[in-house]
Design a protein around this ligand. Structure first.
Ligand code: HSE
Length: 408
C-alpha cells in the first residue's frame, strides 16, 4: 500500500507535544512534518523556532496543506471543539485526550461517520502499550472474556513508592508530577477518574460498549490507610489500582475501577513504577499479558507516532465489536471486598451477604466479605473519606442469588 505524506497541525506543546517533536526528529523514515503548533501562552522558553507557533487555532484548522491534526492539549472541552472542527474540515485526527474521548464518545463516533474521517487515539489508553489496535484487529474474532489492567501510570508509581520506599502519598505524587506522569489536576489520577476514562475506551474496542463516565463506578487510592498497608505487608500483597471489564452471563459486562490486593501469583504483582499492565482473556487463547510504560513524554509520544504512521497508510478504527454483538453493562453481581474504617459503626456488617473476617482495634476496623455491587456503590458509607475499599486478591464476581436459575 502506498504511503501518504503527512503534514501535521499540532495543538499543545506540553510534555507529550514536546516529546512528539523530539520523536519525529528521530524518525526520518516516516514522512511526517509538523507545519504549525498552536499554543495557549508564550510563557515558557521552547526549543523550537518561533515561526512554528501560533495562538490562532484557525491557522491550523483552515490550512489545506495540513492533513492531520494532532491534539495534545490539557483542557478536554477545548480539545473536543478542536477535534470536531478538524473532522468537519475533513482532516484526520490523532488525540491522547482520554477525558475528552470518554466524555464525548457518542459524538465522536458520529463525527467520524458523518465526515468520513479517521480518528486514532492509541496514546489515550495505556500510553506505550498498543492495546486499542490489538483489540480492534487481533481480537476481532476470538471472543474476549475479560480485559483488566493497571492503566494509570501515576497511581502505580505512587503505590510503588508507598510500598517500596515508604513514601507518603503526597510526596510520591509530587515525584509523579515532577516526572510529567500526573494530570494537571492530579485528582483525576488519584481518584481513579483517569483509569475510568481509559476503561471506557477499552470497553468500546473490547466489547463494543459506548458508555458515559457517570455509568461506571471508580474509587481511587486516596483512602488507603495504615491498616490497608499493614495487611498488605503481613500477607505479602501489593496494592494496585485495577480497571476491570468482564463478560458476565450471555450478553452482559461488568466494569469498574477499584484498588485491589494482588498476590505474587498475579501478573499485576510485577507491574511497578510507571508501568501499565493489561491482561486479556479470550475464549480460545486463554490469558495474555501486555506491559509497558503508561505515562511520560516518550512512551506517550511513541503511541502518537504510531497513530500518525497508521494514518499515513489510511488506517482507521472500524469499531467491529459494535456490529458483532450487543453487550450491555450490568451491576447485578456480588464481589468480595476488604473494607477498613476508622469508627467501629461506620460500616454495618449487615450490609454484606457473607462476612468472612471482622477485625476491631484502636488503630481501625475492617470487614472482609461478599457484597452486592449496587449495595456497595450506593451505600452512604462508601462516600465517607475514612472508609477504604479494596478488592480481595481472588476476584470472582458472582450472580446475585435472586438471579440464579435453579438447576434441575
Ligand atoms: N496521568 C496519566 C497516567 C498520564 O498517569 O497514567 C497517561 O495517560
Amino acid at each position: 500500500m502506498s504511503r501518504q505524506d503527512i503534514t501535521i497541525g499540532l495543538f499543545g506543546f506540553g510534555v507529550v507535544g514536546k516529546g512528539l517533536w523530539d520523536v519525529l526528529l528521530q524518525t526520518p523514515g516516516l514522512k511526517a512534518n509538523i507545519r504549525k503548533i498552536c499554543i495557549k501562552t508564550h510563557d515558557k522558553p521552547r526549543p523550537v523556532p518561533q515561526e512554528f507557533f501560533t495562538f490562532d487555532r484557525d491557522e491550523l484548522l483552515n490550512d489545506d496543506r495540513i492533513n492531520i491534526i494532532v491534539e495534545l492539549i490539557d483542557d478536554s472541552e477545548a480539545a473536543f471543539e478542536i477535534v470536531s472542527a478538524a473532522m468537519r474540515n475533513g482532516k484526520g485526527v490523532v488525540s491522547a485526550n482520554k477525558k475528552m474521548i470518554a466524555d464525548h464518545l457518542h459524538e465522536l463516533l458520529q463525527l467520524q461517520q458523518r465526515y468520513n474521517v479517521p480518528f486514532l487515539y492509541e496514546a489515550a489508553s495505556c500510553a506505550s502499550i498498543p492495546i486499542i489496535r490489538n483489540l480492534e484487529e487481533y481480537y476481532d474474532n476470538d471472543l474476549l472474556v475479560s480485559i483488566e489492567g493497571i492503566v494509570n501510570g501515576s497511581t502505580n508509581y505512587i503505590l510503588t513508592k508507598i510500598h517500596r520506599d515508604k513514601l507518603t502519598l503526597n510526596d510520591a505524587l509530587k515525584q509523579a508530577q515532577a516526572l510529567g506522569y500526573a494530570e494537571s489536576n492530579p485528582s483525576l489520577d488519584v481518584d481513579g477518574y483517569d483509569a475510568k476514562y481509559k476503561l471506557l475506551i477499552l470497553l468500546l474496542h473490547a466489547f463494543g460498549i459506548a458508555e458515559s463516565p457517570e455509568r461506571i463506578y471508580n474509587l481511587g487510592i486516596q483512602r488507603l490507610n495504615s491498616l490497608d498497608l499493614r495487611l498488605a505487608g503481613e500477607k505479602g500483597y501489593k496494592i494496585k489500582l485495577i480497571a476491570h471489564a468482564h463478560k458476565f452471563g450471555e450478553n452482559k459486562v461488568i466494569a469498574f475501577v477499584l484498588p485491589q490486593f494482588v498476590n505474587e501469583s498475579s501478573r499485576f504483582f510485577a507491574v511497578d513504577d510507571v508501568l501499565n499492565g493489561v491482561q486479556t482473556e479470550t475464549g480460545f487463547a486463554d490469558k495474555q499479558f501486555f506491559m509497558g510504560k503508561g505515562a511520560g513524554a516518550f512512551p506517550t509520544a511513541s503511541a502518537v507516532l504510531s497513530d500518525i504512521s497508521a494514518l499515513s497508510y489510511s488506517y482507521r478504527y472500524e469499531y467491529k465489536k459494535r456490529n458483532q454483538q450487543v453487550l450491555t453493562l450490568t451491576d447485578r453481581f456480588s464481589l468480595e471486598v476488604f473494607v477498613s474504617f476508622r469508627n467501629r459503626d461506620d460500616v454495618p456488617a449487615s450490609d454484606f451477604m457473607e462476612v468472612t473476617e471482622k477485625y476491631r482495634s484502636p488503630e481501625g476496623n475492617y470487614i472482609v466479605g461478599r457484597i452486592n455491587f449496587t449495595k456497595l456503590t450506593e451505600s452512604a458509607w462508601i462516600r465517607n473519606p475514612e472508609v477504604s475499599v479494596l478488592l480481595t486478591p481472588d476476584f470472582q464476581p458472582l450472580p446475585l442469588p435472586e438471579d440464579q436459575t435453579v438447576a434441575d
